[in-house]
Design a protein around this ligand. Structure first.
Ligand SMILES: [Zn+2]
Length: 321
């Protein structure tokens, strides 16, 4: 290579330019776009960055997983754009030539589903809880997609579509592929109506979707925060060696992770319920709350106030019942 440069590039400036181009190209050749981490025999995950979706991060802000069985590959969640999903497929192809037979959707939030069309085109069967239809038919889903098509172009664009499941589940269900059993446990209404966690009991691995967040402030949105807390207590009965959260790194500290998400929800609810009971306005209550336990977590600035506001509105509704 060096010899070719010396022959081809007469001027020193041109030589320098070639060297820069060469260096810039190298990472693209070696580094993967969506890098799988192996957690056990045939079990992998890819980890999105801790941030809001941007053009720079290609909306790679959530996690996905895949399990290689002797009869095919089962994918959990589809990432936040078709390009990311294609990158995930390319990585899977480096590991296994087997067909991708299923995609199990933990919930219908944009960052977990905008890649679905890539898997559908490959013939994978998409399974999700039927509560997801509520999102797909909602104005929110359309508005989100329209906004994302301009904010996240070219990663999310006019070709990006909302994709329906091939099979809508009405409750928890078990799926077996190549002798590996997947327990699809419906946990909603919690983070969403349709939350489903995927438990691979033979490997003691749990893909929790957004029931669990790690290393950042959870996104509360329109969740049922009371039932979300209860559902986390139910989950604590599972024997888990590795948990793959919806956001953040995989973890061997399942009990601790559960407590963190749970205590954040509990703190939000306690503070906002008390404010509603005492007739304190949201602004005043937010000001008066001691957020010091959470203020240093990533995305506190982006998410915490909106989370608290949503819970305040829920608390008002609960108080009216
Ligand atoms: Zn998410």
């Amino acid at each position: 290579m060096m010899q070719r440069w010396l022959v081809g590039a007469v001027a020193a400036g041109l030589l320098a330019l070639s060297a820069i181009a060469q260096t810039a190209e190298q990472p693209a050749e070696t580094a993967c776009m969506v890098c799988p981490q192996q957690l056990g025999q045939g079990i992998y995950m890819v980890q999105g960055v801790t941030a809001l979706g941007t053009v720079a991060n290609r909306n790679f802000i959530s996690n996905a997983g895949f399990v290689i069985t002797p009869q095919g590959v089962v994918v959990i969640d589809a990432l936040g754009s078709p390009a990311l999903a294609q990158a995930l497929v390319d990585e899977i192809r480096q590991i296994s030539p087997l067909p991708i037979t299923h995609v199990l959707v933990t919930h219908f939030h944009a960052d977990h589903i905008y890649g679905l069309q890539v898997f559908k085109a490959l013939g994978a069967r998409i399974l999700a809880h039927e509560g997801g239809k509520n999102y797909l038919f909602s104005d929110t889903a359309q508005a989100r997609l329209t906004a994302s098509r301009s904010e996240l172009a070219p990663w999310v664009n006019e070709q990006t579509q909302l994709v329906f499941a091939d099979e809508w589940l009405s409750g928890s269900q078990e799926l077996e592929v190549g002798g590996i059993r997947f327990k699809l446990l419906h946990m909603g209404p919690a983070h969403t109506l349709e939350d489903m966690v995927i438990y691979v009991s033979q490997r003691k691995v749990l893909f929790s979707g957004d029931m669990l967040f790690r290393q950042r402030i959870p996104f509360v949105g329109q969740s049922d925060s009371r039932h979300w807390q209860q559902a986390l207590t139910e989950l604590s009965n599972l024997s888990v060696d590795w948990v793959v959260p919806g956001h953040g790194s995989p973890s061997r500290e399942f009990a601790k992770d559960l407590r963190l998400t749970q205590s954040y929800l509990q703190f939000l609810r306690m503070s906002m319920l008390r404010a509603v009971e005492e007739g304190v306005s949201f602004d005043e209550a937010y000001q008066a709350t001691d957020w010091s336990a959470y203020v240093n977590l990533p995305l506190f600035g982006a998410a915490n106030r909106m989370n608290a506001f949503n819970i305040y509105l829920q608390a008002e509704q609960e108080a009216m019942k």
